[in-house]
Design a protein around this ligand. Sequence first.
Ligand code: GLU
Length: 269
Amino acid sequence: MKFFRDSHRIVVKFGTSTLTHSTGHLNLRRIEGLVKVLSDIKNSGKQVVIVSSGAVSAGVAKVGFGTIPRTPEEKQAMAAIGQSELMKIYDKFFSTYGHTVAQILMTKDVLTNPIRRAAAENTFNRLLEMNCIPIVNENDSISTDELTKFGGNDILSAYVAEVCHADLLLNLSDIDGLYDSDPRKNPDARLIDRVDVIDDAIYSIAGGAGTDRGTGGMVAKLKAAELCTSEGIPMFILNGHDPEILYTLLDGGHVGTYFSAKKKDAEND
Ligand code: GLU
């Protein structure tokens, strides 16, 4: 398979369950592993954009809140605390490998307002030209309504891939990919290598929500796949618990579930 090796601009999304322990605190070993592999991928000549969750969880853990925030205001406050914690760690780890990170916090109205959208596109382009690694999250602290909220980072990552004109979206989750039934309940569940059409049959095999610390789940990932593949951007769902599997893709192998792009199939096959 050529699509990873031939992709220049790659958006990589990590979920809260990939970035944090069950305590809510950041999983430093995992983050360091991801940062090392992504630094290497960047060193190989690719452009990398990260969509990172984990702000709310890190905020809760940092202030010892001890429980999932109950009100939107509590959640927004936790996101504000955790976001700076997250960026501090990314900056520290990426600096070790000689890379510069840049924070971008998105609200959904950026997509519908042509001036703001153009500004976002220009900023991404400029940062990538400057060899930086943009790290994106939803601006949880101020996104409160339908107009501003993406409704989770799976959806956000698909829009970021679109705004960045990415060649590929990698959705790193706590599961190996899309299975034909729930692998947590059915030991014979089979991993689906490739999906070309995201229809009701595909949605019907996607289970419910993700962990209690993230908002994702397979349905959100399928919606993200639908969004970006319809814009001509293929997507993988991969298990982020072993960041080194990204090397398998880089070397032309196949891992996870691949969702082919609608417009560029001929180029991707
Ligand atoms: N933006 C949220 C955070 O950083 C995560 C949303 C999600 O997990 O989809 O905590």
